[in-house]
Design a protein around this ligand. Structure first.
Ligand code: AMP
Ligand code: MG
Length: 340
């Protein structure tokens, strides 16, 4: 074999080797960008957690288990939860203060902040009233006027004190309902966990409460659909492009029942104990932290279009779209225009 021939064969072998290496490398990359998801029914809703870049089902299962951990703290209805025990006076007590976990104390502080910001339209002390309603059963229960009359004086966030990890209620019979804020908080905690494990691309969806981790693996933003009111889950009205943001909606179509032609939904006026009656069907908040988006979507719905939009405009890094009963879309001034 001539020297020239040997060199040619060696070069061809090298090229082949490189091509094979490149082919397998590309295949591996493709595999890495295939998303993995876990789904389940938790927190009384459908949960889906997806990661695009770190294929590790154990990680996702741990993320899912965090839902149970937090549900065992924040649930108003689970008889073993911390909030249930707090509401029923069965937590350890010292001088009228009930000892709670640091997480519950942190979330209650957040709730108090938004109660103040919304001037009580959002009120986390709603439990005595919200426990009279049931939007999930077939029975369509409208609370008796007397029951509401007795419960209403117990609802006022100003009668809650938090000191360290201890909570005091000014009146006996008071209780907390963290339903308007807990999912956002839990989504933030799941994101914190996944990011700490190296995830750079993912979506946490807690029953429509959506939190993105980074953007899509190719660097383009995620496309998040905003639920079309009164349509099947998944049917969207508009789609927005978001990276690393939270998208949370509150609406009358989420939990409601109709009785004698009247629609009763789950966002309640703490002053009357009845569902808020304004011309809104939903409010969607775009924010960095999901706990803020969750609190604000409920708060802005409660405040109505005018005051709610004014509140959004006063906040940094916060945008909103309100959908009215007659199908109008009201956008905040910095809402990503190209996505409308
Ligand atoms: P969301 O879907 O985040 O708007 O939360 C609605 C849930 O928050 C309800 O199911 C109640 O548990 C609770 N809630 C209802 N009305 C209010 C209110 N005015 N302030 C605070 N929480 C509320
Ligand atoms: Mg909310």
């Amino acid at each position: 074999m001539s020297r020239k021939y040997k060199i040619t064969v060696a070069c061809a072998a090298l090229i082949l080797l490189f091509s094979a290496f490149f082919f397998f490398y590309q295949k591996q990359q493709e595999k890495q960008t295939e998303p993995v998801s876990v789904t389940g029914f938790k927190l009384n809703t459908m949960i889906k957690i997806t990661v695009y870049d770190k294929i590790n089902t154990e990680l996702l299962e741990h993320a899912m288990a965090l839902c149970d951990t937090y549900e065992s703290l924040f649930s108003r209805t689970l008889s073993t939860s911390e909030i249930y025990k707090l509401n029923h006076g069965t937590l350890p007590e010292k001088n009228g203060f009930f000892e709670v976990s640091p997480e519950t104390a942190e979330l209650v502080r957040k709730g108090l902040y938004y109660a103040e910001l919304s001037e009580g339209a959002f009120d986390l002390s709603l439990a005595p009233v919200s426990s009279l309603w049931d939007f999930t059963s077939e029975e369509k229960v409208i609370p008796e006027p007397d029951a509401l009359k007795n419960a209403l004086p117990l609802v006022d966030y100003k009668n809650i004190t938090v000191e360290g990890n201890a909570i005091h209620f000014e009146k006996e019979g008071m209780g907390l309902d963290l339903g308007a804020i807990a999912k956002g908080y839990i989504a933030d905690k799941i994101k914190e966990f996944l990011v700490s494990k190296g995830v750079k691309s993912g979506i946490i969806n807690l029953g429509g409460n959506v939190l993105c981790i980074g953007s899509q693996p190719d660097g383009t933003p995620f496309k998040i659909g905003i639920q079309k009111p009164f349509s099947d889950r998944g049917e969207t009205s508009i789609t927005i492009n978001v990276s690393d943001k939270s998208v949370v909606s509150s609406g009358i179509y989420e939990r409601y029942f109709k009785k004698d032609g009247i629609l009763y939904h789950h966002i309640l006026n703490p002053k009357t104990g009845m569902p808020y009656a304004n011309d809104l069907v939903s409010v969607t908040i775009l924010s960095d932290q999901s706990v803020d988006g969750d609190a604000l979507s409920t708060s802005c719905f409660a405040l109505g279009a005018e005051k709610g939009m004014a509140l959004v405009e006063s906040l940094e890094n916060t945008e909103a779209v309100f959908i009215t009963e007659n199908g109008e879309f009201l956008y905040s001034s910095g809402f990503p225009v190209s996505d409308k």
